[in-house]
Ligand binder design. Structure first.
Ligand SMILES: NC(=O)C1=CN([C@@H]2O[C@H](COP(=O)(O)OP(=O)(O)OC[C@H]3O[C@@H](n4cnc5c(N)ncnc54)[C@H](OP(=O)(O)O)[C@@H]3O)[C@@H](O)[C@H]2O)C=CC1
Ligand SMILES: C[C@H]1O[C@H](OP(=O)(O)OP(=O)(O)OC[C@H]2O[C@@H](n3cnc4c(=O)[nH]c(N)nc43)[C@H](O)[C@@H]2O)[C@@H](O)[C@@H](O)C1=O
Length: 313
């Protein structure tokens, strides 16, 4: 991307979109265009058509999506499918119709089969059944990835997709029920510490394994790949390291300084038992994460403390 290229970051007020804007600005890109959800609802085809025809961005980072943790996903399967499928088709299609040179579509590691061999390689896509708690979201993300691939094949575009592991960091969603596990734990342990609570209850059994990438590292990887990768196959974005949810709760409690007991509520879903990305393709392209999990949790906790409004979203 040329430093004065017109770059549209969709979803710039979200955790990932805001990190991509920060990274682009840090690297000297100065012609970034954005629209809030209120200004442009990406599910509305006519509005998206009008926006692209007028603005004609040269590059697009598609980081807008309906996003949520395990409960949000499993309780609203229809909404997660409809909104994600609609908005990504609208954006990718209009980008192509209006001559966008390169587009990056962001998916998620939940696109891979529930029982995929671990660590999961990009090539295991569509080789088995999906995890039921996020089946709708995964199907929408697989469709977006495939639409990019099919445009490349049929029309010779250079549209790429990346599949990040579980992310966390500044501008995360700290909603107590709808968020992902890391922001949920930051909020719950902080509130327990402030209230002097003797115990905190977390969801599921604590046995599932997860991998976490700090969002500023993710944004660095996205800009790097936009400049250094072309291809139909997606690229996994992660650290290649995992821990159990129980170990994660202990780490968050340590960072926050909560010393009470941690209990488990097995009536809440565990989700996929293990979800570790094979990051050898990413590393062979020349990129590796920088932020270790404990350091990243400290940074995320600072963000939580300094952005009280964010905690209420
Ligand atoms: N968070 C994570 O752990 C992971 C995220 N990802 C991917 O990263 C991307 C961004 O996620 P993240 O930043 O966490 O999510 P956020 O919820 O923080 O941000 C999503 C953004 O998209 C906007 N948006 C949603 N629907 C629409 C719409 N119809 N029209 C216009 N804007 C819309 C939201 O605006 P508003 O808030 O106003 O609705 C918000 O700014 C997604 O593609 C997601 O799949 C992948 C793996 C893990
Ligand atoms: C990014 C990814 O995110 C989702 O998949 P997930 O990894 O299962 O998501 P999660 O972060 O919500 O949970 C991870 C684990 O943590 C446990 N857990 C404990 N206590 C809390 C808790 O308080 N909140 C939450 N949310 N989980 C908790 C929880 O029971 C589970 O075992 C999908 O949306 C999927 O579509 C997707 O892309």
């Amino acid at each position: 991307m040329e430093k004065d290229a017109k770059i549209y970051v969709a979803g710039h007020r979200g955790m990932v979109g805001s990190a991509i804007v920060r990274q682009l600005e840090k690297e000297g890109y100065h012609n970034i265009i954005t629209r809030t959800h209120k200004e442009l609802n990406l599910c509305r085809q006519d509005d998206v058509e009008e926006f692209f025809a007028k603005e004609k961005p040269e590059y697009v980072f598609l980081a807008a999506a309906k996003v949520g943790g395990i409960m949000a996903n499993s309780e609203a399967l229809a909404d997660f499918m409809y909104e994600n499928m609609t908005l990504e088709m609208n954006v990718i299609h209009e980008a192509w119709k209006n001559g966008c040179k390169k587009l990056m579509f962001l998916g998620s590691s939940c696109i891979y089969p529930r029982m995929a061999p671990q660590p999961m390689k990009e090539s295991c896509l569509l080789t088995g059944e999906l995890e039921k708690t996020n089946e709708a979201y995964a199907l929408a993300k697989i469709s977006g990835l495939k639409y990019c691939e099919f445009l490349n094949k049929q029309y010779g575009t250079d549209y790429i997709s990346v599949m990040p592991t579980n992310l966390y960091g500044p501008n995360d969603n700290y909603h107590p029920e709808h968020s992902h596990v890391l922001p949920a734990l930051i909020r719950r342990f902080h509130e327990a510490k402030v209230a002097g609570a003797k115990e905190v209850t977390c969801w599921g059994t604590g046995t599932p394994l997860r991998e976490f990438l700090y969002v500023d590292d993710l944004a660095d990887a996205c800009v790097f790949l936009m400049n250094n990768y072309s291809g139909d196959e997606t690229v996994n974005l992660g650290t290649g390291k995992e821990l159990t949810i129980k170990e994660l709760t202990e780490l968050v409690a340590k960072v926050i300084g909560y010393t009470g007991e941690i209990k488990w509520d097995p009536s809440k879903p565990d989700g996929t038992p293990r979800k570790l990305l094979d990051v050898s393709k990413l590393e062979s392209l020349g990129w590796k994460y920088k932020t270790e999990l404990e350091d990243g949790i400290r940074l995320a906790y600072d963000d939580f403390l300094n952005n009280p409004m964010r905690a209420e979203r």
